[in-house]
Write a protein that binds this ligand. Sequence first.
Ligand code: SAH
Ligand code: SF4
Ligand code: F3S
Length: 478
Amino acid sequence: MSKKLFIKTYGCQMNVYDSERMTDSLVSLGYDPVTTPDDVDMVILNTCHIREKATEKVFSELGRIRREKEARAAEGKPLLIAVAGCVAQAEGEEIVRRAPFVDLVFGPQTYHRLPELVREAEQKAVERQAASGGRGTRGAGVVDTDFPVESKFDFLPEERHASSAAAFLSIQEGCDKFCSFCVVPYTRGAEFSRPVAQVLAEARRLVASGTAELTLLGQNVNAYHGEAAGGEWGLGRLIRELAEIDGLERIRYTTSHPNDVDEELVAAHRDVPQLMPYLHLPVQSGSDRVLQAMNRKHDAAAYLRVIDRLREARPDLALSSDFIVGHPGESDEDFAATLKLVTQVGYAQAYSFKYSPRPGTPAAGTDLQVDEAVKSDRLETLQQLLNAQQLAFNAASVGAVQPVLVERTGQKDGQLVGRGPYMQAVHFPGPDRLVGKIVDVRIESGHANSLAGMAVTGEWDGVPDRTSRNPEHERAIA
Ligand code: SAH
Ligand code: SF4
Ligand code: F3S
């Protein structure tokens, strides 16, 4: 009988990609992925350590799962609990100490060993269960937080359990930049690029299974320098090669660092029509003093120059960023410089956070910490400005016809949800057989977080109909 597996994913897109790979490698052990945590045989929390709140969430979720494990143990059924991802890497053994009912802890670079780790944990869990008369909840305590010399990507199953219209593809991982505030270099390890041939093979498999849009992932994806015949390729070159894959309609990449935007990448934005005109390019702060304290290794002017080059190559490029308010030492004047930069750039979307001190990072150790109330005030002011820019960007889309890649059906009957070129979520009515297709949609309204419109070529009766497909019609709208 198959066993049920539930994976809860926190944090960034790389964790989403990793969770999918974990699923792929556990299918061979007889685990069947499910989308709700009820009555499952194994739970994996794929965790994030980026801010304190993210880490706290994991421990409160573990408390809840512990009760689940107790309830199952009372019925003589085991529940295997695993903690993966960046909290697992950062806290390792500490998790097993704080939460002794956890069976397995493994970091982001060892999940290719999952089949053997799970087998070991299953075995130990059975032994402990037997020793406690069948009612115990003590975990197996298997921990693997190595940074192995081998690449996990060489060992993962090629077959994907599920396919989707828009898929993630990790091409680069880790970070050598050591920004003052950030845990990523410690949790993900040193920077690593997958070889070009491996990336292309995975991309081709995804497209063959129906994927129309690929988002290339990396903590610093534009630092990509993959081994290829005749030398190393940068991201720009890789994008050009990916664009040759028949059926790959859209390419995106995230997250980029301003210092790694080279001419080849700028040229790809100019020349490759599949490369979507939207870029997440985090700046964190608009103050040169704070940027220096953050160890970002560029000033505000250099960031603005990068944006100028990109916009020259692709005039309709929409931008997004991450901001941190209240980094140690940030003054009112520094914060005003951030607002000024936001006004200068004009963002389509952005994420902003209060600085959160992280154990082991340089910024956490300084005595220049900014008052919590000041952080909250600044965050609110910044978010008001960013939200207004986002709404203006969305409102300006009204009247345009956008090609929308339909990702899923919406909550309302007969509604579809997809994404336009600029990453905006677009809602429109249509039959569910359009999922996975690119449909031209005339935008009729722009809201805070989404757009709504009508398909330009659709002449459906409004009833989703899977039995009488009209290939001519589908070709016309696809
Ligand atoms: N590699 C990306 C960012 C990865 S982390 C880059 O270089 O931009 C995602 C975002 O989380 C960061 O851009 C930053 O804005 C935020 N972040 C990271 N550490 C943080 C901390 N200690 N407190 C608050 N926000 C943080
Ligand atoms: Fe963190 Fe900086 Fe590396 Fe981004 S570039 S992952 S913020 S250390
Ligand atoms: Fe979080 Fe790790 Fe991603 S800390 S943001 S899950 S790299």
